[in-house]
Design a protein around this ligand. Structure first.
Ligand code: MN
Length: 227
């Protein structure tokens, strides 16, 4: 049986050293750095991690122009390490989780903070706050064969050259293998999945004309211009 229409084309990210990474699901971890949890008015203790998803069409590759989204006056940047999976499964033990990692990127979990705040107030889903076109800018992917497993390293976001967010991957409350394991208990994971692993403190608004540069030590940088 043939498709009744052509399927939507797969979103892809370039891979350092050649090839392309076909994107499937995009998971994001909430409040995974204590200083960011505190700045958002929450207790930074180690409660179970929580997750939300973004659609694959929210990806914006490096050097992209981000269209400022509609229905918001307060879009915030959240710089995050992105873990790119080459394997999937369910109920993956923590000590096997790193074998699923293909590589890493640096991404920005763009957030319509005003819509997210309204959703929180009304106990509604976060989707409109977290999902929109260009809500997930992401760098090219660097294979783990080039980086080794990343447990530490500086993570930084500059807006128009000024540092707005700065932290270290070792400040994550839930470490990457724990995040992968927990996610796989909730959802089936697949090759091509991306995991945005949470943001350090310093989130703030973006404006049209801003140039954002996101960097994780040892990975390719991400640059985005807001239009
Ligand atoms: Mn985030």
């Amino acid at each position: 049986m043939s498709d009744v229409f052509a399927p939507v084309e797969t979103v892809r990210l370039a891979v350092s050293g050649g090839g392309q990474f076909p994107v499937h699901q995009i998971f994001c971890v909430g409040r995974n750095y204590a200083d960011h949890a505190v700045e958002m008015g929450h207790d930074p203790t180690r409660e179970a991690p929580f997750f939300f998803l973004k659609p694959d069409w929210s990806i914006l590759p490096d050097q992209g122009e981000m269209q400022y989204p509609g229905l918001s006056q307060d879009v915030h940047h959240e710089v995050e390490l992105v873990v790119a999976l080459q394997g999937g499964g369910e109920n993956i033990p923590v000590d096997q989780a790193e074998s699923l990692i293909f590589g890493y990127g640096v991404g920005i979990d763009m957030t319509r903070r005003d819509l997210q705040a309204e959703a929180k107030d009304k106990s509604r889903p976060w989707d409109a706050g977290k999902s929109f076109r260009h809500a997930a800018p992401c760098s090219d992917i660097t294979p783990v064969s080039q980086t080794g497993i990343l447990n530490q390293g500086e993570i930084i976001l500059r807006v128009n050259g000024d540092i707005r967010q700065q932290g270290d991957l070792n400040q994550m409350i839930w470490k990457v293998p724990e995040v992968i394991s927990r996610l796989s208990e909730l959802f089936p994971l697949y090759p091509g999945d991306l995991i945005f692993t949470g943001t350090p403190a310093g989130v703030g608004p973006i404006e049209k004309g801003d140039v954002l540069e996101a960097e994780v030590q040892g990975l390719l940088k991400l640059q985005v211009t807001v239009v």
